[in-house]
Design a protein around this ligand. Structure first.
Ligand code: 26W
Length: 804
């Protein structure tokens, strides 16, 4: 381990010889870069060592394919995991800089939309920490998720130029560039032995350039990689067109190729249907498979034994083309028999589903496939043909199965169903929480469950305690280490031992003091950034996540409106409460954007009304991202997890909040159910209909109007939307009013009363501070199983065949 002096020396040397700067003229950003480069050297030593060990032990390797990795900042995380945080802090201070300011310089790597991308980031941390030979594979987007600014109470999107080309964490491997064919057409033919041998002709070439981001496990022993590919154009291809004299076309095609990795698609839970997106998905998969076959060639020449050494995890259907590309390589390039190739592919691949939303399920027009990936389309037809033949033979009395299991949607424009492809090509299919996995088998793909029940399994999500406890909440981490020793960081079940301390009022007061400190810090940050003063003694009630109808930020803000009207119209008083909201709406999602506007208009009204002073504040925090979450979560008293039952696959912020000592107000949805089981029902504010009841309610048709009329509290809050109270233009929030009262798929008003009662209870309980923090402590103590280490152990033994 380097000494403080050595770190200082290295920072100065990096400034001088890598960045051409002297200490005297260095800015905070320069120091950040120099420290990151210094740290990277230590990570690289670990990386080479890891490679040697993994090679020597012939470890089975896991490839995690994901279109999104929502990494956030890396400096503090890498320093912590390498074990150099304290030394680096000291070194930076001794060089005359403020360490907190240096870490704040780092732009978030926002290469993801939300839950799915952040899960991938937690997983690579856990895999390295558990010494699993693994690599993440994704796209090096030049622009990450857009930056959100609020103007006139509305969301405005700005490009997120996160300086991907200068990131000190990314190591470009230009020498390993890969050539990816796309487009063209198929010419039928036979090989010398008369076997069918189609030729993929006239394709264009994309170039993939790998960049490695080093993923250091906690303790620094294992350093894996996250490999992100950027797209370029091939020179040889250019020459081809140049020679034909078509200079302008050559240049524009070059630009088009480079555009492939330009931007992350900002819509989650809704499929864009854009050609560029399908190209991105193929690009990721094709680059990754070249790496997989290249790696495998280093350890074996027996391609049929590949599943013994390689496992591939597909993060949703976005990389499902890996199945097809693998078949293409095995059949067309390795000349394997189809059935042999198919056996290898199925044994290697596994698929995780992350959503039940029908609008998120990917389908791609056959015509688009024909244009971009003619050979892959042929292969999909062949997979489908053989698969359906088998089904027809096995279940001759169930012909209806064929339509639902087919890889093609035949109604309307013919489309490829990516979920069906992913299921057929995988040996395991998993959901991300118990309820979600159950709903997959019962409502999403019951016919697949019928034919292959053994494929389906559950792996409840988890979050890395390194980032979400140790780093985000140093005050709590210090307390935990004092009480439990250091072991909890890699063995979160150790938190159980806190249980017996819950009766010790001195300990509970410490928990209370830690929360207060975190709230004070958040208040300072909000005051500095948004100029708003909040009372840290108030109850902090937070809902931070993507803005979506199903997540029901509307239910939350309707209840805030209700509380406001109680104060100003009914003369009610309440203990101080702060409602924090944050989250981005997909740029094309009009209803979600209107919800943001409503929250901001309500906030403006409530905060400027002298009658609510000291009782009610509402704030929408701009530009939600990982680094902001790290400040909000440790400062939260009440965590809002209020999705309509049966819609949130798992949720992961619910875990982060509870782990940091927030109590949850939530529905029986996703992992909320398991969290409630773990922390105890008395330490969780449950409300609302369960998934079955929602189903029944929906089937009976929408009864929202009746609910509204029967309950004056609901009526008053809902009518306030169109009364001009929050915006002089009474028509602005009509779409929301209309949706709530005339056909609301997410049943806001159905759950309103039950939510209001739970909120009231939480509010009353919060006045009993000692009891409240005792229950907060019990939440923390029981969250051990929501470490992503537990999740990854589950994947490793039950899906990947690693470490068992
Ligand atoms: C094709 C467009 C698209 C993009 C992203 C569709 C769907 C997605 C994701 C599936 C959205 C997502 O992030 N889902 C979330 O995944 C988390 C991790 O498993 C879960 O905790 C969340 O409940 C789920 O909404």
């Amino acid at each position: 381990m380097p000494s403080i002096e050595e770190i200082k020396k290295s920072v100065i040397s990096k400034l001088r010889y890598s960045l051409c700067l002297e200490l005297e003229s260095a800015t905070n950003a320069d120091i950040f870069n120099a420290l990151a480069l210094t740290l990277r050297d230590y990570q690289l030593d670990g990386f080479f060592n890891t490679r040697k060990v993994q090679k020597a032990t012939k470890s089975k390797r896991l490839y995690y394919l994901s279109m999104e990795f929502l990494l956030g900042q890396s400096l503090r995380n890498n320093l912590t995991n390498v074990g150099l945080l304290q030394q680096a802090k000291q070194a930076i201070e001794e060089l005359g800089f403020d360490f907190e300011q240096i870490t704040a310089e780092e732009p978030d790597a926002a290469l993801g939309n939300g839950g799915l991308g952040r899960l991938a980031a937690c997983f690579i941390d856990s895999m390295a920490t558990l010494d699993i030979a693994a690599s993440g594979h994704g796209i090096k987007y030049e622009y990450g998720l857009f930056k959100q600014v609020i103007q006139n109470n509305k969301q405005v999107e700005q490009p997120d130029d996160w300086h991907s080309t200068h990131s000190p964490w990314l190591i470009e491997h230009h020498s390993q560039l890969m050539l990816i064919p796309i487009g063209g057409h198929i010419e039928e033919g036979e090989d010398s032995e008369g076997n069918y041998n189609p030729m993929w002709m006239d394709w264009k070439v994309l170039v993939g350039i790998p960049h490695d981001y080093l993923v250091t496990g906690y303790g620094g022993k294992t350093v894996n990689t996250l490999r992100l590919y950027s797209a370029g154009a091939s020179d040889s291809f250019d020459v081809h067109i140049f020679n034909r004299g078509d200079y302008l076309r050559a240049v524009s095609e070059k630009i088009a190729s480079e555009n492939i990795s330009k931007i992350l698609y900002p819509a989650d839970e809704i499929q864009s249907g854009k050609e560029l997106r399908l190209t991105q998905e193929y690009f990721l998969v094709a680059c990754t498979l070249r790496d997989i076959f290249h790696d495998y060639a280093q350890i074996s020449s027996d391609i049929t034994a590949l599943p013994d050494s390689v496992a591939i995890q597909l993060n949703d259907t976005h990389p499902a083309l890996a199945i097809v590309e693998m078949m293409r390589v095995l059949v067309d390039e390795h000349r394997l028999d189809w059935a042999v190739a198919w056996g290898i592919t199925q044994k290697t691949c596994a698929f995780t589903n992350h959503t039940l939303m029908p609008e998120a399920l990917e389908t791609w027009p056959v015509a688009l496939f024909e244009k971009l990936l003619p050979r892959h389309l042929q292969i999909i037809y062949e997979i489908n043909h053989r698969f359906l033949d088998e089904v027809a033979e096995k279940w001759p009395d169930k012909p209806h199965l064929l339509a639902s299991l087919s890889l093609f949607e035949e109604r309307g424009e013919k489309k490829v169903r990516m979920a069906n492809l992913a299921i057929v090509g995988s040996h395991k299919v998993n959901g991300v929480a118990k309820l979600h996995s159950e709903l997959i088998t019962q409502t999403l793909v019951p016919d697949f469950y019928f034919i292959t029940p053994e494929k389906f399994t559950n792996q409840t999500n988890g979050v890395t305690p390194r980032r979400w406890l140790q780093q985000a909440n140093p005050n709590l981490a210090t307390f935990l280490t004092r009480q439990l020793g250091n072991g909890w960081v890699t063995d979160l079940d150790k938190l159980q031992r806190l249980k017996k301390l819950a009766k010790d009022s001195g300990v509970v007061e410490e928990i209370q003091a830690i929360k207060l400190k975190n709230k004070q810090a958040l208040c300072r940050q909000i005051a500095a950034q948004q100029g708003v003063q909040l009372d840290p003694l108030a109850m902090f009630d937070c809902q931070v996540k993507r803005i979506h109808e199903y997540k029901r930020q509307l239910l939350n803000i309707l209840h805030v409106i209700h509380a406001y009207l109680e104060i100003v119209e009914s003369g009610h008083t309440q203990a101080p409460k702060v409602h924090l909201f944050a989250g981005k709406a997909a740029p094309g999602y009009a209803m979600a954007k209107l919800i943001i506007q409503l929250i901001n208009e309500v906030a403006r009204k409530v905060n400027s009304d002298p009658r609510t002073k000291g009782q009610l504040s509402v704030l929408f925090l701009e530009d939600y991202k990982v680094s902001l979450a790290e400040h909000i979560i440790p400062a939260t008293d009440l965590s809002e997890q209020i999705s309509t039952a049966g819609t949130e696959a798992s949720g992961t912020s619910n875990m982060k909040f509870a782990m940091n000592g927030a109590l949850t107000i939530g529905t029986l949805d996703g992992a909320n159910i398991e969290i409630r089981d773990a922390v105890g029902e008395e330490n969780f504010y449950l409300f609302g209909a369960n998934a079955d009841e929602i189903n029944t309610h929906r089937q009976a048709g929408s009864h929202n109007r009746i609910y509204q009329n029967n309950d004056p509290a609901i009526n008053r809050a809902v009518e306030a939307l169109i009364s001009g109270r929050f915006n002089a233009d009474t028509s602005i929030f009509w779409p929301i009013y209309h949706m709530l009262t005339e056909g609301d798929h997410y049943c806001h008003l159905l759950d309103f009363d039950s939510y209001r009662i739970a909120q009231q209870q939480a509010q009353a309980d919060f006045s009993q501070q000692l009891q409240w923090h005792q229950r907060a402590l019990l939440n923390i103590a029981n969250m051990g199983s929501f470490s992503s280490d537990r999740t990854i152990k589950g994947y490793a033994t039950e899906i990947w065949g690693i470490g068992s």
